[in-house]
Write a protein that binds this ligand. Structure first.
Ligand code: AMP
Ligand code: ZN
Length: 435
């Protein structure tokens, strides 16, 4: 027998899984209608739990957007009395009204189970020592992983983000075998290992790395695997759906299984809002099925992905999504071409001389919009050999132009010289003069 964490639930035949979803969706609607927002909305449209006969009927329900969460800030989507809630997580709100999600004890238990199942599916066990290098606090990557690791029974090290020398010391002192971090931080952490004269492959016992919270390419993953001598697993989540533990790669790394007993995932065309055929890229729309305090139904994530229409060798029946190619609001238009930052990362991470960080700046010079890309080099690349550096800059310029159809200005910079952000990487700076 394959020891799945919740084997029965994770290998349910599709029909049974979809019946379970429909059941839970009816409950979710009933609960959501205890909140001011969904009660008004659903009553005005004649929607009730009985509107759902099968899971496809979810398409009859209106979408929820980030704006709805903001308009109802803070308590308008709360479906249980405030006194039953035991925690909230909130976005930082630096760009306007924050959004907030409330949890009761059931919600936190359910979330911890999902994270534990996710970690288990990658091969992590209660014998592992798990170092969580994620920001703790309102950001869900801290506490979200913490309770999941504990639920799985592994030894947790709540290291939190930053302080790289201490991270390395913790890893070495306690024999860390598994860790979680955002991918952009790991490139930097590797450089700190190097500057300490250490090699994570030889000087740590790391085997599993969980990476997520920001878009990254498959080549970035491969780099992390090579630099640290680990298998790296993609973890997807968003605060509106709890946080981590929404979709996760299992040990086969064939795609990210969405935990469909706890969420409904749909992928729609962002213009028409109609479902796209399996395998086609569109916007991910998510619904909570097991959250009591604050159900969120048909939430438009803005994340772009596709369903991977294959069966995973692990035997789980929960559908897989592909890695996020970007967010619809990440895209920028330059000289009439639509560009996603991940296209540029895709080019850069294929080039062995390129280091682990880069920065894209858009500006207007002489009424002309230009895109420049600063690219960190690997340590010691072409020390002082100007001709080789120019050759490399020309190659990068050419490869990026091939990908995005616009010629960038490429500037090669020293290893580890670009400013680092404390949390998720900020890679695009749009300083154009808007006419
Ligand atoms: P937050 O709610 O602040 O944790 O941000 C959630 C957002 O982070 C998602 O909507 C995605 O845009 C992004 N994100 C989270 N995990 C991943 C991942 N594994 N790959 C790409 N983007 C991710
Ligand atoms: Zn699988």
């Amino acid at each position: 027998m394959i020891p799945y964490w919740e084997e029965e639930l994770e290998t349910l035949p599709r029909k049974k899984l979809e019946d379970l979803q429909a059941d839970r969706l009816r409950n979710t609607i009933a609960r959501a209608m205890q909140s001011e927002h969904y009660r008004k909305l659903y009553e005005s449209k004649g929607i009730s739990p009985d509107s759902i006969k099968s899971i496809e009927d979810i398409q009859k329900l209106p979408f929820t957007t980030k704006q709805d969460l903001r308009d109802n800030f803070p308590y308008g989507l709360l479906a249980t009395p405030k006194k039953d809630c035991v925690r909230l997580h909130s976005s930082s709100g630096t760009t306007g009204t924050p959004t907030v999600i409330f949890h009761n004890q059931h919600d936190l238990d359910s979330w911890a189970n999902l994270v534990a199942r996710s970690l288990y599916s990658t091969g992590i066990r209660d014998t592992d020592v798990f170092q969580n290098m994620s920001g703790y606090g309102l950001f869900t990557g801290g506490l979200g992983f913490q309770y999941g690791i504990e639920r799985l029974g592994a030894l947790s090290i709540p290291a939190a983000a930053g302080n790289s020398i201490r991270q390395i010391k913790l890893m070495r002192d306690y024999g860390t075998t598994a860790a979680h971090a955002i991918p952009s931080y790991l490139g930097y952490l590797f450089e700190v290992f190097e500057s300490e004269g250490l090699d994570p492959k030889k000087d740590t016992q790391l085997k599993h790395m969980i990476i997520g919270a920001e878009p990254h390419t498959d080549d970035t993953r491969k780099r992390i695997e090579e630099l640290f001598g680990v298998k790296a697993f993609n973890s997807f989540g968003l605060s509106e759906m709890n946080g981590p533990g929404v979709a996760f790669e299992c040990e086969h790394q064939t795609g990210l299984h969405v935990w469909e007993d706890a969420f409904v995932a749909e992928i729609v065309n962002p213009q028409t809002l109609e479902p796209v055929p399996d395998g086609e890229i569109g916007e991910l729309v998510m619904t909570t099925l097991d959250r009591q305090s604050m159900p969120v139904i048909r939430y438009r994530t803005r994340d772009l992905t596709r369903f991977i229409p294959v069966k995973c060798p692990c035997g789980r029946t929960h559908r897989m999504i592909d890695r996020i190619t970007g967010r619809s609001d990440d895209m920028f238009i330059i000289k009439g071409c639509n560009v996603f930052p991940m296209q540029i990362e895709g080019v850069l991470m294929k080039i062995p001389e390129v280091g682990n960080d880069y920065r894209i700046t858009l500006e207007t010079i002489n009424k002309n919009d230009i895109i420049s890309v600063e690219v960190e080099m690997k340590k010691g690349t072409f020390k002082g050999d100007l001709e080789e550096l120019n050759k490399l800059a020309r190659r990068i310029t050419h490869d990026i132009r091939d990908e995005i159809l616009v010629k960038p200005e490429v500037k090669l910079v020293e290893n580890n010289s670009l400013p680092k952000s404390a949390g998720k990487a900020v890679r695009v700076f749009d300083n154009r003069i808007k006419s």
